[in-house]
Design a protein around this ligand. Structure first.
Ligand code: FUB
Length: 321
């Protein structure tokens, strides 16, 4: 693909883009150099802070607003500040971020700010009841906020099938054969945006026959990188298939699902991971994603890119008009 990295002075990944105050704000991971070798655990993704970026217009200059939250500021975190997201509600901005706690278990934290460019003040504990990785916060037109999250393999979702963390389940990275795939999670957030209202639920992704996707279906089943957007009243849940390296999407009539698999958004890029967001800006739709072209293919040194996307009359996502 011909798109150029938006940010070249540091490595960035997992871009969550939002439009606040008529600007595009990007909340990415901040990739760093490490001697840790690549493994299925994802130990090589050893990030320890977040920057926020903004641009006034597509093709315009990208402003780096600097470090808005660092590992040292969050008492419960031991390492690995992975893919974040941000939201706005009732005059405040919220940064959601996954990290390993002192026991090595991934949890999701929240930090609050007065401005979309941060800084963000973290809560001293992770969000009660949260787990795994890759939070994505979606605020619906009625003001109700939802937190989507989860990731298998290094993201530890396979350890949470009973509702409690089971370290022994880690090596069963996913169910085998014809059993249903592990599902992403969704939680309704309380009005204060820092706690979960009720139970965390599984978000069903079905095939056209109404059956849950199977764990052997690596080309379509959920792996990580949840994102939700809404267009013309339809909810679009998109995600990465991980080891097959696709960005896929499914659509539904409710933010709580069920969702029906619709297809691929992006084919594999250079690098193992693929992670994205989709946002509308000035009546056009954009896909933010990352690849490893700037680092020459180093898996843990990624760079954020963007490109316009399109919808056909059936609401299918297309890369060209
Ligand atoms: O950036 C670390 C992890 O890699 C993210 O949490 C995943 O989505 C993958 O992009």
């Amino acid at each position: 693909m011909s798109e150029q990295p938006l940010i070249k002075h540091i490595y960035t990944a997992d871009p969550s883009a939002h439009v606040f105050d008529n600007k595009i704000y990007i909340y990415p991971s901040h990739d760093v150099e490490t001697d840790i070798q690549d493994n299925d655990n994802g130990d090589q993704y050893a990030m320890n802070d977040y920057h926020v970026f903004s641009l006034d217009k597509v093709g315009g200059e990208v402003t780096d607003h600097g470090v808005v939250l660092a590992q040292a500021d969050v008492p419960w975190v031991s390492k690995q500040l992975w893919a974040p997201d941000a939201a706005f509600k009732d005059g405040k901005y919220y940064l959601y971020f996954p990290a390993r706690d002192k026991e090595g278990v991934f949890r999701i934290g929240v930090a609050v700010g007065e401005s979309p460019q941060g800084p963000f003040q973290p809560d001293p504990e992770p969000i009660p009841g949260s787990y795994s990785i890759d939070p994505a916060c979606f605020v619906d037109d009625d003001g109700k906020a939802y937190l989507y999250f989860g990731g298998i393999w290094g993201g530890q979702l396979q350890c949470w099938t009973t509702g409690k963390y089971d370290a022994k389940a880690y090596s069963n990275m996913e169910a085998s054969g014809d059993s249903p795939a592990l599902l992403p999670r969704v939680a309704v957030l309380e009005d204060g945006m820092r706690t979960i209202n009720g139970d965390v639920k599984e978000l069903e992704i079905l095939d056209v026959d109404g059956k849950l996707l199977h764990s052997s279906d690596h080309d379509r089943r959920f792996f990580e990188a949840a994102w939700m957007h809404k267009k013309d009243g339809t909810y679009y849940f998109s995600y990465s298939t991980g080891d097959t390296h696709y960005l896929c999407y499914a659509t539904g009539d409710s933010p709580l699902g069920p969702f029906t698999y619709r297809g691929r958004i992006l084919e594999p890029v250079l690098g193992w991971t693929t992670h994205h967001s989709i946002v509308e800006f000035q009546d056009k739709w954009y896909l933010f994603y990352h690849d490893c072209s700037l680092s020459g293919g180093v898996n843990h040194l990624r760079s954020v890119k963007m490109r316009e996307i399109y919808y056909n009359d059936s609401g299918e996502i297309k890369l060209s008009p």
